[in-house]
Write a protein that binds this ligand. Sequence first.
Ligand code: NAP
Length: 283
Amino acid sequence: MSATPIKGKPLADRLRAEVAEEVKTLGRVGLVTVLVGDDPASEVYIRLKHKAATAAGIDATDVRLPADTTEADLLARVSELNGSDDVDAILVQLPLPSQIDEEKVIRAVAPAKDVDGFHPLNAGELYLGRPAIVSATPRGIMALLAEHRIELDGARAVVIGRSDIVGKPIAHLLLQANATVTLCHSHTQDLARHTLDADVLVVAVGVPALVTADMVKERAVVVDVGMNRTDAGLVGDVDPAAAELASAMTPVPGGVGPMTIACLLQNAVVCARYRTGALVYPG
Ligand code: NAP
C-alpha cells in the first residue's frame, strides 16, 4: 500500500488567502527583505517571497546591497528598519557574505519584527513553550500535520537534523504537542535504530535519500524537509520508495516547500499585530 501524500499546496493556498484577508483588515503590512550580494539561490528565494507577499497584498520592499557591504553598514541599515513605523517585518536573507557575522545580524533585528523567528528571544520563547514568532518551515510542518489530523500526543517523533532553522524548532513544537521526541544529527550512532521507532519521522538534513525505505517503520508518517538539487531534479532526504511503508508522506517537491512561504506571510501579519499593539510581544 502506498502512503497518502501530504501535499502542501492546498493548505498553503488557503493560508495565503487568509493572510490576504487579514492584510485587508489591518490596512497595511510592510515587509522589508534585505539581500546582500548576488547569490543565485538567494535571489530565487527572495523573488518567490516577494511574489507571494505582493499577491497577498503585503507591501514588500526589496533592499539589495552590494556583496562588499560591511557589517557596520548592514547593522546600520537594520537599525534604521527597526526604528521605522512603516516596517512591520524584516527579513535578512541568509547566507551573508563572509565579512559579515550572521549571528550579530540575527541579534540586531528587533525581535518583534523578526519575521523569520531566528532572533534568540524568539528561539528562547519557543523553547520555553511560549512561541512568539516561530520560523516558517517548522510552523508549516505543524500546520500540515494538524491538517492531516496526525496524532502527536504520545507519539514517538524522531527528527533528523538539528539546525536552528528547522531541526531544533520542529523538535520543540513536537514536544509541545506532547510527542516523545528524539533529535538525531550527524554524530548519531545507528540512525536506523531511531528511525525504525518513529511514528512520526521528520527529516531535515540535505542529503538525498539519506533515509531509505528499510529505515521507516510500517504506517509511520514521514515529513521530508530536504530540498536537494540533483541531476534528476529536486529531491528530498527520503527515498520515495519509503512511501510503500509509510501511512502518509510529504512529496518533494510540493510538500513542505509551499508551506514555508505561506507561514512566512502569516509571520508578517503577526509582526504587524505586534507593531500596532494588537498583540503584545512577550516580556
Ligand atoms: P543544515 O543547517 O545544513 O543542517 C543539517 C542537519 O543535518 C545538521 O544538524 C546535521 O548534523 C544533520 N546531518 C548531516 N548529515 C547527517 C547524517 N548523515 N545523518 C544525520 N544527520 C545529519 O540544514 P537545514 O537548513 O536544516 O536544511 C536541511 C534540509 O532542508 C536542506 O535540504 C534544506 O534545503 C531543506 N530546507 C527546506 C525548506 C523547505 O521549505 N522545504 C526549508 C529549510 C530547509 P550536525 O548538526 O551534527 O552537523
